[in-house]
Every structure is written in C-alpha cells, then in structure tokens.
Design a protein around this ligand. Sequence first.
Ligand code: NAD
Ligand code: GLY
Length: 352
Amino acid sequence: MRTFTITDRRTKVSRVICRRQVLSKALPALLQGYGEVFVFSDETVWNLYGRLVTRALGSVKVHTMPAGEAHKTPETLLSLLAAMAGAGLHRNACLVCLGGGVVGDIGGLAAALYMRGIACIQVPTTLLAQVDSSVGGKTAVDFCGVKNLVGAFSQPAYVLADPAFFATLPARELRCGLGEIVKHGALCAQIFDTLEQNRDKLFDLSFLADIVPANIAFKAGVVRRDAEEGGLRKCLNLGHTTAHAYELLDGTLSHGEYVLIGTFIEAEIARSHGGDGAYLSRLQALCLAVLGGMPSLPPPEEAARVACLDKKNTGRGRVVLTVPMSKGEYRLLELESTAYERELGRIGRALC
Ligand code: NAD
Ligand code: GLY
C-alpha cells in the first residue's frame, strides 16, 4: 500500500491510497464517520462493480448516469444534485464517486456545490482517472461548447486507486490513460525513461499497475505546490490546448487519445521554438507507439478558432500552450491565433 497526501491552501487534506481490494477493505472503514453515504457511478461501471459495492457497504443510495463524455453536462450534474436532495442528504454526508474521469469530475463538482460542500471519496476505475483526474481536486462539466468551463477546485477527502479495476477496461481505455502518463513523461524525466525502456509492455496490466503510484506521486507533488493553478500546475496542461480543440471539433476519439495527438502536435510546435529536436522526436515516437497511428485532423482554421475559446487563454485572440522543450522541461508559449493556425497547417501538411 502507498499513500500520498495533498494539503491545499484552505488546509483541506486529501489522501490518495494505492492498494488492492479498495471496495471491500478500505472504503467501509473510511466511511464510518459520515452520517450518510451516497454513491454516484455510470451505468457501465455500476453494472460491473455495483454488486461488490453493495456487498461491502450494504444497501446504499445510488445514482447512475449514462457513460461517456457526451453526458458531462450541467443536466447530468443537476440530476445528480436532485437525487442527492431527494435522498435528503445532510452536510455530514459523503459522496462516493465510482467511475472514470467523467463520473469523478461531475461527482466532485456536485459534492463541492451541495450544501456548499460535502465530503467526497473518489474511487477511480479507469487508468486515466487513477493517474490524473481523481487526484488534485479539479472538478467540472462541459458547458456552451467549452470543455470543463464550469467547475470548482475541491479536494476529495480520499482517492482510492486499485489496479484491479483495469482487468475489465477495454484496451482503448488503457490507451487513454497512457495519454496522460506520456504527458507526465514529458514533464518528468524518470517517468519518460521508464516508458521508453518498457515500450514493448506499455499495455501490460502488471506494468501499468506498477507505474500508477509514480504517476500519482508526480501529480500530487505538483498539486501540493500549486493546488489552484496559479503557476506550476499549468505544466499539467501540456498538449491539452490542441487536445481540447480537436476533442470539441471532432469528438470521435477519447480525451486521452486527443492528449497524445495534442502532445505530438505541440512537440512539433516546440521544435520551431527552440526545443531539443532529438528529444522531441523520441517523445513523438512514444505518442505514436501508444496511439498506433495519427488520425486525420480537423482543419487548422477551425482548431485555431476553438483553441481561442480555451479557458487557459488570456483573451485577445491569442492561444496559450504548455509545450515540451527538452527532457523534463516545458515552456508556456503564447501564440497569435493566426500563427497557431499556420503551425497547425504546416504540421498537418507534413503528416499527410
Ligand atoms: P470516462 O469516465 O468516460 O470512462 C471511459 C469509459 O470507461 C466509460 O465508458 C466508462 O463507463 C468505462 N469504464 C470506467 N471504468 C471501467 C472499468 N473498470 N471497466 C470497464 N469500463 C470502465 O473517461 P476517462 O477517460 O476515465 O476520463 C475522461 C474525463 O476525465 C474527461 O472528461 C476529462 O476532461 C477528465 N479529466 C479530468 C482531469 C482533472 O484533473 N479533473 C484530468 C484529466 C481528465
Ligand atoms: N489534468 C490537469 C490538472 O489536473 O491540472
């Protein structure tokens, strides 16, 4: 078992626990002090794991949502809040979010809003959610065509990361999680070396179980120093400006796959802004090894238009990118949207 602690500026402590059998061995004990327990999940995850939850906790109040990013909406958030109110939850209740990043982001926001904040325990069931979204207290729903536009910083009391959940994950979901792991590799030399040295087993469940704690440790270390993204935490947006633009325009792939594409493209942009070419090629090779090939991309002018709406920007038609520069080094790059569009056009032509 490994535990990581994050304390944010409101001195709220969040503990991430990596261990096996979280549902039967960890969750019941952690829920002891709460007045009521309410579980939020998606239909796919609940069908797979609901029985284990009720075996561990007895009969609990549950609300499920349809699976997938298309349902990461204010409507889903409101229906969860209505279910919580309908169940008569009080301020000493705990919301358990059992699922991937979509369930975690919506549930975390509902916990932050209900009665101005109740406790939340995240039980992430995807690789992506374990290494990234459940850690660090970012919660949100998509709104008005912008990813994660409405949300809050709110740390969960606990995150319980158990690699046993990976056994039922489709390979594609492993790829999505690897997208955020490669992003961590672009920021942390040690993770990069581990990934390069294990290129032939990136999809092995035992390898993935082994690298989850190092990824959580890296992210927790960043969040501990900058929980609300005043500066350092912006590094975690590496590849994401382009990823979010393509995700909103195209939407046929998953978040982690767009992160791999965004990291590849922004590595190429970094190459023309003083980045270390040899290293960037190695990073791009890692992106492609996980992705399996580059899909066709939306038109540059559309991507630039959507990227201008990204909440990471400062406005004035400029696009802010966190780009990889050399091993373990990144840079914040602010480009005129026309310059960004030109870069996307150049890269797109070179890929054809
Ligand atoms: P997801 O929650 O949609 O899960 C992907 C799919 O896997 C879903 O169909 C789900 O039902 C299924 N699933 C989940 N666990 C399973 C299991 N153990 N076995 C079988 N199927 C399972 O997507 P995701 O990739 O986990 O998360 C993506 C979301 O996370 C995006 O909305 C993204 O914006 C968000 N995100 C948030 C942060 C953050 O800091 N809050 C960071 C990165 C990503
Ligand atoms: N996934 C980006 C962050 O947590 O800041």
